[in-house]
Design a protein around this ligand. Structure first.
Ligand code: GRF
Length: 216
């Protein structure tokens, strides 16, 4: 038992690249802020830097490459086999750049969350920072949401917002939003694992109530 006596719960963290959100999870666990254990890191790309982070933290990691499977259904099935081989309470998509099929999502419904670099429902998909700048938005941010069949459209668990500065470029904005992501992802995982989240009418409630956005 760790973390004030709470039993750590098992995570599978799916990545495709740099893995700074994975690192934020690992760091929050090490700091005693998150009663969880990363039981497996899975990447669809063997060169993902996040795999090194997993290795450094002593976390088992696996690579499941789409090129090794005939179609998306076969890839998703392989992914599910890996996940099911570990003790996984929650699947965290942390920069996982593949779209998962409906069968996969319904198999783990309510047990998959994703971090997205925009204030959803604004800007699902790619290039969120560029789109926010092009539209001269004053605010931008990050969201953690439950994964549903529609891309970046499941019920939002937490959002954190920042003010766009007139000097912001796509790069500075990406970096600033990343810092928000690293705060809200471990927090959302913690809420989930403590059983504090419910979904009602497509909306996520924390301890039974609505919560305001962070950072406003
Ligand atoms: C993050 O911006 C996340 O919101 C998006 O992909 C990026 C992954 O970054 N889905 P990292 O690999 O965690 O550093």
């Amino acid at each position: 038992m760790t973390n004030n006596g709470r039993q750590p719960r098992g995570l599978a963290v799916l990545i495709s690249g740099f893995g700074s959100n994975l690192q934020a999870i690992i760091d929050a666990i090490a700091a005693g802020e998150l009663a969880a254990r990363v039981n497996c890191v899975i990447s669809d790309r063997p060169e993902a830097r996040g795999l090194l982070r997993a290795r450094r933290a002593g976390v088992p990691s696996r690579v499941v490459r789409p090129a090794d499977y005939g179609d998306r259904a076969a890839f998703d099935a392989a992914l599910a086999r890996v996940i099911d081989a570990y003790d996984v309470d929650l699947i965290v998509l942390a920069g996982f750049m593949r779209i998962l099929g409906a069968d996969f999502i319904s198999r783990y419904e309510g047990r998959i969350i994703n971090i997205h670099p925009s204030l959803l429902p604004k800007y699902p998909g790619l290039d969120t920072h560029r789109r926010a700048l092009e539209n001269a938005d004053t605010n931008h941010g990050a969201s953690v949401h439950f994964v549903s069949g529609e891309l970046d459209a499941g019920p939002v668990i937490i959002r954190e917002s920042l003010q766009i500065d007139k000097h912001d470029t796509e790069d500075t904005l990406r970096e600033r939003v990343h810092r928000l992501e690293h705060r809200i992802l471990p927090r959302a995982i913690d809420w989930y694992l403590q059983g504090r989240l419910t979904v009602s009418g497509g909306e996520v409630l924390l301890d039974g109530g609505r919560q305001p956005d962070q950072g406003l």
